[in-house]
Every structure is written in C-alpha cells, then in structure tokens.
Design a protein around this ligand. Structure first.
Ligand SMILES: [Zn+2]
Length: 257
C-alpha cells in the first residue's frame, strides 16, 4: 500500500505545480491487457498462445518492428503483430489512462508524453498526447509520398484477410509506428523536449526508463530543475533522483482520484 501521507504529499505537489507533464510506458497499458514487449512477463518471454499464436519466444520486438525486415517482407509484421496492434476486440483504457484524462480536464496535467502505440490515452479522453514512438493512427507508402490510410481502414483490410495496400503502387503500407532502424518522429521528439523543459513536475508512469532516447525525456526535466515522481513496479535508473517513488500504479491512481 502507498502510505496515505506520501499520496497526500504528491497531491500537494500536483496542486502547486505550474506545469505538470505525464510520461508513460508499457506498464500503463499492461493494465488494459496489452502485453509489455520488453518486460519480464512480456509476450516474448511468455507468449499467451491463444491470443497470439504467431508469436513465440524466438521472435523479439527488435525483429517484429525491424525496418529492414519490414521492407523485405511486410506480411511478417502484419501476420505476427497484427492481432496485437489491430486487435479484433479493442482494449479499454485502464485506470491510469482515465486518471490522466481527468487530471488534464481539471487543468492539473498539461500533456501526456507516451512511448505506447495503442492510442489508449486518446481513447480515455486525453487531448494533448505526444506519441514518441509513433502510432498506427495512419499508414503510409514507403515509395509514394502523400499516401495516408487510417487505422480503421487498415484494420478492416486485415480483418478481411487482406493487407493495407497503396492505392497508387499496390505496395503494402507501413504503419506510422517507429520501427527499429528509424529515428523518433521529429515533431513528437521536439514537442516532448519542449514539454520536458517546461515541466516543473513530471509524473513518470509504468516505464523502467531503459529505452533510449525516450528515457532521456525525464532527465531533461531534472536538468531544467523540475521534479520527478516515479510510479513503476520495477526499479528505474532515476529512482534516486525522484522526489517521490511509488510501486503500484493502480493504488497510486486510486489514491489521487
Ligand atoms: Zn505506393
């Protein structure tokens, strides 16, 4: 259990913060039933066979989201990661997603920077969401400029047993998720840097801060004199620099709502 006095301390910090920004990772979405690609209980170390029959421990996130591999054979991505990225039964936002949306509504959180690609923050009602690793919100052609196909259109293609294809050249489209071998989307990275510099309080939720360059975002806040509050099951490299540290995301959100 979080100590009530510590939660109260956090609530005071939040109310007196000038610019609080949230930074979220996979732990926020595992509460919605989305497996963590890199965690201890992730799909690749412990695949839930019934849900993701094409996944096996031998397939790493690096292989699945590898740009070179996608260029060689895009069907591998859609066949393997398809049920994960385009689930037939869409996942519902967790208590963390809804809490952050409520805090934004109250003016207490200014933006959410996320490493997740599941669009659950937007689904929960967050309006200012910076997707550091891109998202499947649209799909584009690696050859033809200006092609944009929505998530819904791509998901409908896949549900019908086809692949989303370029209307101009017929090539299989790539989702705008950042793959290994690609830089982070420039606009998102700039927006995240800007938010991290402005933040006098950053709420770090459900991330072990091991994936760079994304993990540099909270460091920026620290360097600019802002405070960090970290909520994560596993230790993070910035625990010693955090003003407050909690382990359980659900208890934390229940405590502040
Ligand atoms: Zn094309």
């Amino acid at each position: 259990m979080c100590m009530p006095s510590t939660i109260e301390k956090f609530c005071r910090m939040l109310r007196s913060a000038r610019h609080c920004v949230a930074f979220t990772g996979a732990g926020v979405s595992t509460l919605s039933g989305i497996p963590d690609f890199r965690g201890d209980t992730g799909i690749f170390t412990n695949p839930p066979d019934a849900l993701f029959p094409a996944l096996s421990p031998s397939i790493s996130a690096e292989t699945l989201f590898d740009l070179e591999q996608f260029e060689k054979d895009p069907t591998f991505f859609y066949n393997t990661a398809g049920p994960l990225v385009y689930p037939v039964h869409e996942k519902a936002p967790s208590i963390v997603h809804t809490t952050l949306a409520a805090l934004e509504e109250q003016g207490l959180v200014k933006s959410v920077i996320t490493q997740n690609i599941d669009r659950l923050h937007q689904k929960a009602g967050s309006r200012r969401v910076i997707e550091l690793h891109g998202s499947p919100a649209f799909h584009y052609c690696l050859r033809c400029a200006g092609i944009r196909v929505s998530y819904d259109e791509a998901a409908a293609c896949l549900a019908a047993g086809a692949y989303p294809r370029c209307p101009q050249c017929g090539r299989i489209l790539k989702p705008a998720i950042t793959f290994y071998g690609e830089p982070l989307p420039l606009e998102a990275r700039r927006a995240a840097e800007d938010q991290a510099q402005s933040a006098d309080l950053m709420l770090v939720l459900g991330t072990s801060l091991l994936v760079r360059p994304a993990a540099d975002i909270p460091r920026t806040t620290l360097h600019c004199g802002g405070k960090l509050v970290i909520v994560n099951r596993m230790p993070t490299p910035l625990d010693d620099d955090a003003a407050l540290r909690f382990e359980n995301l659900e208890e934390f959100c229940e405590g502040i709502s």
